[in-house]
Design a protein around this ligand. Structure first.
Ligand SMILES: NC(=O)c1ccc[n+]([C@@H]2O[C@H](COP(=O)([O-])OP(=O)(O)OC[C@H]3O[C@@H](n4cnc5c(N)ncnc54)[C@H](OP(=O)(O)O)[C@@H]3O)[C@@H](O)[C@H]2O)c1
Length: 340
């Protein structure tokens, strides 16, 4: 089968950093695995972090890639929820071979049925980021998706135009929040508004002044989706007493978790989308449930795909371009690739 992978960890401008490969077909799936014929993928910063230049060699080659959509070709003996022919989308498991391959094994508990109103490319944009945002908002934080219970509350999204921000804005709006997103360019600010942000402010300018200009002295919830260290102090200042901060990016240094976080009783919540798969937690099937719910919401018109730029077919040159763009830090929405 065709695949794209690496044998050495090289800078992305080196053509050998990601290579076109011909690998043996994967064979019959075992246990709770599905064998999926990959139709489309999207690329995330985690792909670039896994590929980042360092010592080490992979023999056989290592295949990366997490977000995927495709068609179930065969199922393992323990599979109960899927059958051959089902169209699916998922983000998979960072500890297993990736989805940048024509065929891929994935545990059915991590998989959802693809929204019927999206094509494979639009669907591949969603899983990793929607799982991140959903788990963070509604499973790590004590927030509620249904019933608009957060009407009257304000949620700040740092990095609103990124992959996670684009879907977090949509989920928070649905939950009733007034959403303030940050973006530093006209194009990324416009995209945040398209995703449903009520207000957009610039993360390169001081945040408190911009919020005050909107009549907002504080925010109830802040999602720091860009740089944990850089916004730590200002979010401590901006968060309301008993508010919540959500984090998804590894900090570079130690964080001072005392005042003002302590005196305001601010909840600090970490999300790592691969935690359930990596530690094989007993509730792994939650990701199947979340993706199934998201597919219904998309088909009902309540959520939309965050696909922004299609880079063409799935091959090494196009994946290197995706990694290069992501490493530049200015991607809007999701980068998607489809077909072989
Ligand atoms: N823990 C988890 O489970 C998990 C899951 C997914 C992602 N992540 C991590 O979360 C981060 C974001 O992921 P993503 O997929 O959303 O990335 P992304 O799509 O590459 O984000 C790009 C966006 O980030 C914004 N940005 C760049 N520098 C910024 C800064 N200093 N402050 C605020 N915004 C900034 C840019 O906005 P402008 O162009 O407007 O400046 C751009 O639109 C990555 O580090 C990723 O590895 C973690």
């Amino acid at each position: 089968m065709k695949a794209v992978g690496l044998t050495r960890y090289l800078p992305i401008d080196d053509p050998a950093s990601l290579q076109d490969l011909e690998l043996p077909d994967p064979g019959v799936p075992k246990g709770a695995d599905l064998l999926v014929r990959i139709q489309a993928v999207s690329v995330n910063p985690v792909d670039t972090k896994q590929r980042a230049a360092r010592e080490g060699e992979e023999i056989p080659a290592r295949v990366l890639g997490y977000d995927a959509s495709g068609t179930v070709e065969a199922v393992g003996p323990d599979v109960t929820a899927f059958a051959p022919g089902d169209e699916v989308f998922y983000a998979g498991d960072v500890t297993r071979p990736g989805s940048n391959a024509e065929w891929h094994w994935v545990d059915e508990r991590l998989v959802g049925r693809k929204p019927t109103t999206l094509d494979f490319t639009e669907a591949a944009a969603l899983p990793l980021t929607v799982l991140t945002a959903w788990e963070l908002l509604f499973q790590r934080m004590p927030l509620h998706f249904d019933g608009r219970r957060h009407a009257g509350q304000t949620l700040l999204v740092i990095g609103g135009a990124g992959g996670v921000g684009s879907i977090a804005i949509q989920l928070a709006r649905h939950a009733g929040f007034t959403v303030v997103a940050t973006a530093s360019r006209d194009a990324s600010a416009e995209w945040c508004r398209r995703m449903g942000a009520d207000h957009v402010i610039d993360h390169h300018q001081p945040l408190p002044e911009q919020l005050h200009a909107l009549g907002l002295a504080q925010v109830d919830v802040a999602l720091n989706l860009a740089d944990t260290d850089r916004y730590w102090d200002v979010l401590g200042e901006l968060l309301a007493p008993q508010g919540h901060v959500g984090l998804i990016v590894e900090p570079r240094g130690a964080l001072r978790i005392g005042d003002p976080y302590k005196s305001k009783c601010i909840g600090i919540h970490w999300e790592f989308m691969f935690a359930r798969a990596r530690f094989r937690t007993p509730d792994m099937i939650e990701q199947h449930r979340i993706l199934s719910r998201v597919a219904s919401l998309v088909d009902a018109g309540a959520l939309r795909s965050t696909a922004h730029t299609s880079l063409g077919t799935i091959n090494a040159a196009h994946l290197r371009e995706a990694h290069r763009l992501l490493e530049g830090g200015g991607v809007i929405g999701k980068l998607v690739l489809s077909g072989w």
